[in-house]
Design a protein. Structure first.
Length: 420
């Protein structure tokens, strides 16, 4: 038995071409199955890439905290009391919660028509007060200048960092805005930087459409006292984020006279938990894609097996004569299995090639029209996935030939010769 036997492969090719239409229709089932598997794998990868791109550059070991109305009465305070975080809470968190790496308080000024003005131009943009540590939570792309620093905070400088969209509206392309002044909610601030957040996560609006002011300056300029609207806390590497989240909440409750078991009063958003949820979701999507894809492929394989059974039935007399002339069972097995494998492989590899080609076309179109808000990015199939799909294809081809081979081996030479 030699897989390099030229005569064997010639016989197989003659058999397939002799039944062109039947072989074509049967192969189409395999072609369609592998094509759907490739497209679904590529689409799943594109969706995953798009979602993960939106958290790229954002510290996923971060939790954000905000105040809600209390859910329980405590120490003379009624249920439903509204409370605020304060500067003092930040210092206590830094000192008492050992797992904390960065603490980034924030203030929000909202957006309104004409709240940001430069010369004769005005726009509605988000305004927020930020701490220098925020640049470590959400990485920034710098077009000009720098981000807020500790000196700005200490001296309460009237400076600001504008987003790229704000820059495009107020300045000519390539113009350096550093040192220019804009009016934000009636107060003038000097521009020290133009940045945009790397990730697509929005804290207080798009970073590109935001004017960021030093946290302490915001408090003083807009009469906020020592109030904190929003608090970002980043954990040290290797720390259990959920444990840190609970420790910070405990500090906030203790500092603001809130019942220790009042979960309603302290709201939080754990980026790590959300990131883990996305990872689990995409694992499920990948399993579903393989399940559906292989199911579709198996439908095609059943068709191949059926056509091979028909072929064996039609060639009963031929097989019987060959057996009578001394053909070994291994020769018969080799021919039928090879025929099944060839038919399956040809159809499958064409489907694989067409699927990869379609994904490449879609990727080219999407790349030519980039959209930062799109969650479908770079549709492609990994090399390992292509290898796995090919392995499934070859295995399926072999399985498709098992029943026809078993049927051929049961044919007795004398009975086959008697058939008309």
């Amino acid at each position: 038995m030699n897989i390099f036997d030229i005569d064997l492969w010639y016989e197989i090719w003659v058999t397939i071409t002799r039944n062109k239409m039947r072989s074509l229709l049967t192969g189409f089932g395999v072609f369609w199955g592998i094509l759907m598997l490739v497209i679904m794998l590529g689409s799943g990868t594109a969706l995953e890439t798009g979602v993960l791109r939106n958290v790229e550059g954002f510290a996923t070991n971060t939790a954000f905290f905000f105040n809600e109305r209390t859910g329980k009465p405590y120490k003379g305070f009624r249920k439903g009391r509204y409370w605020n975080m304060h500067n003092g809470d930040i210092e206590v968190i830094r000192k008492t919660v050992a797992s904390v790496k960065y603490v980034s308080p924030m203030l929000f000024g909202g957006s309104a028509e004409g709240n940001v003005v430069y010369n004769d131009r005005a726009g509605a943009y988000n305004v927020r007060g930020v701490h220098p540590d925020y640049a470590k939570v959400e990485q920034q792309r710098y077009l000009f200048g720098r981000f807020v620093n500790d000196v700005d905070m200490l001296q309460k400088r009237k400076v600001c960092v504008i987003g790229t969209r704000v820059y495009e509206e107020f300045f000519r392309k390539g113009e350096n805005p550093i040192g220019q002044h804009i009016r934000v909610k009636g107060i003038y601030f000097q521009i020290i930087g133009v940045t945009d957040g790397v990730s697509g996560i929005r804290i207080g609006g798009r970073s590109s459409e935001t004017v960021s002011i030093p946290f302490t300056t915001f408090q003083q300029a807009y009469n906020q006292g020592d109030v904190v609207h929003f608090l970002g806390v980043t954990a040290k590497d290797g720390v259990n984020i959920e444990q840190m989240e609970q420790e910070v909440k405990a500090v906030l409750r203790a500092q603001n006279k809130i019942a220790p078991d009042d979960e309603q009063a302290t709201g939080s958003f754990n980026v790590a938990r959300t990131f883990k949820m996305f990872s689990s979701l995409f694992t499920g999507v990948r399993l579903l894609v393989w399940f559906v894809g292989i199911g579709t492929l198996l439908a095609g394989i059943v068709g191949v097996s059926n056509i091979m059974l028909v072929t064996v039935r039609e060639r009963t007399r031929e097989i019987g004569v060959r057996r009578a002339l001394g053909a070994k069972p291994s020769k018969i097995v080799m021919q039928i299995m090879a025929e099944s494998l060839l038919l399956t492989s040809l159809a499958g590899l064409i489907g694989l090639s067409v699927g990869v080609g379609l994904l490449d076309v879609v990727d080219t179109v999407l790349s030519a029209n980039p959209n930062p808000d799109m969650f479908f990015v770079n549709p492609r199939i990994d090399f390992s996935a292509a290898i796995n799909a090919s392995a499934v294809l070859l295995l399926s081809g072999l399985l498709a030939g098992v029943i026809p081979t078993w049927r051929a081996l049961k044919i007795k030479a004398i009975d086959a010769i008697r058939e008309e």
